[in-house]
Write a protein of this length. Sequence first.
Length: 385
Amino acid sequence: MNYIYKIKLTLLMYVLMSLLFGQTEYEKWLQGQQQEMAKIMDEENNYMASVTKEFDQYKKEQERLLKQFKEEVEKKWDSFRFSSPMEHVDYDKDLNARGSIDFDKGKIEIEILIDDDTSLNKNERDEKARVKLEKKLKQISTKVAQDKKPILKDQLQTKSGKKVTQKNIATFVKKTIQSQKLKLRKIKSKDGKTRIKYTAKVYMLPDHLEKRAERFRSEVLKQSKRFNIDPAVAFSIIHTESSFNPNARSHIPAYGLMQLVPSSGARDAYNYVYKKDTLLKGKYLYNPENNIELGCAYIRKLRYEYFKGIKDNQSAYYCTISAYNTGAGNVAKAFTGKTKLKPAVAKINQRNSEQVYQYLLKNLPYDETKNYLVKVTDRIDLYQK
């Protein structure tokens, strides 16, 4: 049971008991209930502290695994590449091939390593490289997200203009790689071996972003209606956070389409919706339905809980968008120098929406948040009905 609900129930009991019993009996009962409330609060605080500790341990383990992986990659490759909000990077188990999808630029890059084997002539080595490039391109082109749909569904087409599907994927990758003039470079690896890196590039359809946005449209509309938020704002936030990449991840770490951080936004939203404080890990947050649900819930909480006192709806959304990136406290600091919301809301209500927008751009603590506000706001029109 949520501790706030417990407290409300206890307060109700206070009133009833005071009506049913005399003063002495009531005071004894009240003392017992106060002790019970203190116990409830202690339990809740201890649980919240344990969740925070669990996340800290989880974050440290993720950082350890990433560091270990980076060291392994750098033994073979001349540079380390890893997934980010706008880019998904996938390595083979032996680390001799990697594919990356740049969801912002609509570009796929396939790289493979071939040992500098003197027993093979150039043509033999190039053919060996093409076979490996084909294999990796096929693998990353058919990779599925947590919703069991290919990440690149409807975003690739053959030279004849047909959509790439499971039926024609083999032909597509073969023709794509065979027709390219491959870029190659000899590198000296940290493990002492000399390798040749081959690179091939493939470009997605010009409307690749719209295809991904359409893929998640029904869920965004469903959750926006559920939480009474502007769906155009939700779409624009997803666009800015991940370019609709369901496998988005940042170093923080933040996960998924709406880049939810387990210790803050995800935790806050889950508690808001399900009345339970818990640690949500990457597997849960990579699921598009889970991610959109909690992302929209978090927008609602910012808009209607933290900034509920803001009279102008547009001003409230400017603050909500900024807080999605930097937290409500930092938005308050822009107006008053302190993190308390009530005095900041009073300052905000003295300005019209354009003045609020310009004030945020001038006074928000971080340039990242200022740029974020501009990007999200500029993109809202793309998703208006």
